[in-house]
Write a protein that binds this ligand. Structure first.
Ligand code: NCD
Length: 315
């Protein structure tokens, strides 16, 4: 049974919850591809608010497309144009938006825990975490899992290398938590200064592998991450060129992965830094398919939040 009112992190989800989202996403993925696609009505009359305090292209647009495709109305609030610039607090801003009888608050914020803070204090709105600091980005991990399952048929037993700025990456954290719960082998790879101290605590099957070629060796999935310069306090890495030479994915390194390995990236990517541009555009890359999967997964999440009490495996 799906019982959650909010989606705050992978940490709160059971394996059955994850399976419920992934299986419902399959339905919405097919629906989105149908030549005669009809607007669904499961969220008709609902208002979804995108409250984004950090930059976003994919996630914000994807939530907007997902909500509209389900029949909801969508409002986008950006702090640069709001009364936050006049000193209004985050909570007051959210409470005022909720007072308009809006139904879902999709929140992105630079502070870890900001969506959970709202979920505790709002009266009726559902809260969805669209990325909070270096903490979690649950819908990204869910769409990545959807993609891996589509291409590899399963998650259990897959070897997944996640490489880049692990320390600042909510994407890496949520992915490691999800893949750990689903029994995949996760290899986290980063320069020493960009690896958090307790990374292996994210799951029983999560390991730290300091060298890129070793992390990629025999992998089914290679996920590359951007260096989050905006979260780097001081000089934690040398030059971008040197980073690319040591931790960038090129053809020689990728050749060590399984012959049918796929390459993933949550975006935004820095071409030529964390991955060679020919790999980004090559036949192993599923980067744009991840974006497509993002809409289906967000449709599934919004759908489930309004159908509390439904079975984990919808027919
Ligand atoms: C990521 C994010 O914002 O956490 N992007 C995304 O949502 N797809 C990763 C990043 O900014 O590098």
């Amino acid at each position: 049974m799906w019982t959650h009112r909010h989606l705050l992190g992978i940490e709160d989800l059971s394996v059955a919850d994850i399976d419920a989202i992934l299986s419902r996403a399959e339905k919405w993925h097919a629906h989105s591809r149908a030549p005669e696609r009809k607007k669904a009505s499961v969220l008709a009359g609902r208002t979804v608010v995108n409250l984004f305090f950090e930059a976003s292209t994919r996630t914000r647009t994807s939530f907007e497309v997902a909500a509209q495709r389900l029949g909801a109305d969508v409002v986008n609030v950006s702090p640069a144009l709001s009364s936050v610039t006049k000193g209004e607090t985050f909570l007051d801003t959210a409470k005022n938006i909720e007072a308009m009888r809006t139904d879902v608050m999709v929140v992105r914020h630079a502070s870890s825990g900001a969506p959970a803070f709202l979920a505790k204090r709002l009266a009726h709105a559902r809260v969805v975490n669209a990325g909070d600091g270096a903490h979690e980005h649950p819908t990204q991990a869910l769409l990545d899992a959807f993609m891996m399952k589509q291409r590899k048929g399963k998650l259990d037993g897959l070897v997944v290398a996640i490489c880049g700025d692990i320390a600042h990456s909510r994407v890496a954290r949520s992915n490691a938590l999800l893949l750990g719960k689903k029994g995949a082998e996760v290899r986290l790879c980063a320069p020493r200064t960009l690896m958090p101290p307790h990374a292996e605590g994210l799951g029983a099957t999560v390991r730290v592998v300091p060298r890129l070629d070793v992390a990629v060796d025999g992998a089914d999935v290679v996920m590359m991450l951007r260096v989050q310069h905006e979260r780097l306090a001081g000089a934690m890495m040398s030059t971008t060129r040197e980073y690319g030479r040591t931790f960038g994915l090129n053809a020689a390194v990728l050749a060590r992965a399984k012959p049918d390995a796929i390459v993933m990236h949550p975006g935004p990517m820095n071409r030529g830094v964390e991955l060679d541009t020919r790999i980004a555009d090559g036949d192993r890359s599923v980067i744009l398919e991840q974006v497509e999967a993002g809409v289906a997964v967000r449709m599934a999440v919004l759908d489930l939040l309004f159908t509390t009490g439904t079975p984990a495996q919808p027919s």
